[in-house]
Design a protein around this ligand. Sequence first.
Ligand SMILES: C[S@@+](CC[C@H](N)C(=O)[O-])C[C@H]1O[C@@H](n2cnc3c(N)ncnc32)[C@H](O)[C@@H]1O
Length: 245
Amino acid sequence: MTTLIKNYKIFNTNCYIYNTTEKFNLILTDPPYNINYNYNSYKDNLEWSDYYNQQINYLLQLYNSLLDSGNLLYLNYPETNSIIWTHLIKKYNPIKQIFWVYHSHSPSGKAPLRRGIRSWLWLSKTSNYYCDILYLKGEYRNPTDRRVKKLIEQGRKPIDYDWWNMEQVKNVSKEKTAHPCQLPLSMIERIIYACCPKEGLVFDPFMGSGTTGEAALKNNRQFIGLEQDKDYFEICKKRLSLYEN
Ligand SMILES: C[S@@+](CC[C@H](N)C(=O)[O-])C[C@H]1O[C@@H](n2cnc3c(N)ncnc32)[C@H](O)[C@@H]1O
């Protein structure tokens, strides 16, 4: 297992030019989705073919940076991910697509329905991947049923579904930073508990406000993160400094 001198390293850089010899237990990332989103400095409006090539090539390249027991968790919109997935499974071991559903205040634009869904692609390097199933348990839907009551008394819980209903970070949330599309810490913590052993090394090449870093450090994992925007990088620096050892 890699041990960093400090428990984390972060770089204000473009991930596509960053080279590392580290091997990660978990690569967990949430890139720009190519929807012309209003980021500080990044222009989120590539030609779709360029975007797909960029994402797919980069994710395939990251395969070599995973430990044999390592996991990759990649967030995007389901329609984008369905295309990316078909390329990744030529190299990675496919595990699951997990759908994240949430309420949103965003307008629908010209669409007849509002968007309230994204998906995590979960893949691993080999079929012998790390997974602590304890953190992927759900709750029984009928806890008052006699048989279910018995199971609960025995400390049993059902395996959860491949869709998670969790709210987005709201402007009034305690955890909210100045980053415009911060992910909820509790969702990232759940993935880290389940997909990375204690002391393991987590990597996020599109760090944003540093949510992955905070979830890793708060739970005794190590972290390496990259963010190309200077102002967002400063948010990460401040956020993660609280966990420095
Ligand atoms: C969707 S946001 C990540 C938000 C993050 N998950 C959080 O919870 O705060 C994507 C981030 O990737 C950054 N980014 C875009 N292209 C990048 C690149 N080539 N290298 C590093 N960071 C990049 C953007 O500036 C943006 O902050």
